[in-house]
Ligand binder design. Sequence first.
Ligand code: HEM
Length: 407
Amino acid sequence: MTPEMLYALRDQAGVPSHPVLFLILGVLTFALHIAAVQVMLGASALTLRGAFSAETHWRRLAAAMLTTAKIAVSVAIVLGVAPLLFVQVIYDPFWYTSNVLSAWWVIGFIVALIGGYMAMYLFYWRNHDLVRDGARGTAWMVLSVALLLVGFIVHSLTNQMLFPEAWMQWYAPGGAIDPSGRSLHYWNLPRFGFFIALSAPVTGAWLYAYRRYLIGAGEGDAVYLDWVRALAQRLMVAGGVVAVLLGALWMATLPAKMAWFATSPWVWLALAALLAVVALPLVLGPQLDRGLWGYGIFGAGAVALIVVGAAREALRYVTLLGTHGYDALDYRIQMDWYSTVLFFVTFAVVGGVTLGYLLTVAWQAGQQRQGTYTPGPRVTALGQWSVRLLVLWTLAYFGVGLWVWLR
Ligand code: HEM
């Protein structure tokens, strides 16, 4: 594939804002997506481990983690759409080719995801009180975790796009065209394993936040709190070591054209960020129980994932530029201020107020252990504003569309 052929596959309409914006948003939303995926997988694994245990602490944790996992699946899916939008805007020649080459799997991904999500709910419906009754219907939860590993398909698509030199061979092996899209053509298990293994330290960080939340709600069971803390630390240290080892294996198995990445500052930066997060709870000690520190570990973990995401993007950008002559940042710009402003206003104002309201209500309701929770006047005002903003947004969206159409 010559650079000219790759450029010819671009959308001739150009992009509505500077491509660097899409690149940065791609990295940020990928980090959020992968964080949600990791919490989902970690919480599901802890549910499986705990639900069948005879120990009350494990069963209590399993009940909490099942609730977490259910929500994390939907967050992972929603936050998966965002990097999907950005990658297909600036890397469209690569992303679409990779998808078409494995089209059967792209559609299968959605079916498997629906199956995994439903299996988790079936397990949930069968187990309303894990602490009291223990678990029933194990197979549903095992099936759910297995199906939710469909991220492997995205991993394969993401990697296939980096090999334009192999596309013709994959499309027409030995000269005979195979348009079925039934094969996944490339993967790197250490790379996939690295992102999946990071679930353990990320879930450890999540458990610190869970523990801090319980303390805030006046949790009386100090033994349980200590137990959660010890488990969180074990997950962070042991999981961190496994992830770093898999990361090293990924670096050692990089194909020749990407070998530069293994010794680049990006890798050292990502490693330093991950190690700093693992060390943070040890440094903070008893401070973890005060203020926002207990939540801060997860916040620091999110920052480390942004660094890892940036390194992963550097690998893609430099490989496509250096080896294949494709610069994602020289996309033709067809500046569209309305859609750019609408995007950020939707994200910051509508999203901020609406999500802010929902999260505040959920948070405060969970912190109140007795009686019925009633939101205060400020929270109620926030709720009313989120409805008004959604109505305004809908009117603006359809209003501008109609105006452009009728003009
Ligand atoms: C719920 C199960 C899922 C899992 C376990 C999962 C896992 C992963 C993993 C491991 C990666 C990194 C791949 C790599 O760089 O090698 C990834 C990236 C990504 N995932 Fe997911 N994912 C899931 C669901 C989704 C969904 C539902 C979407 C879209 C709606 C999605 C969209 C993406 C995108 C766009 C990327 C980045 C692609 C790129 O930058 O080229 N994922 N996911």
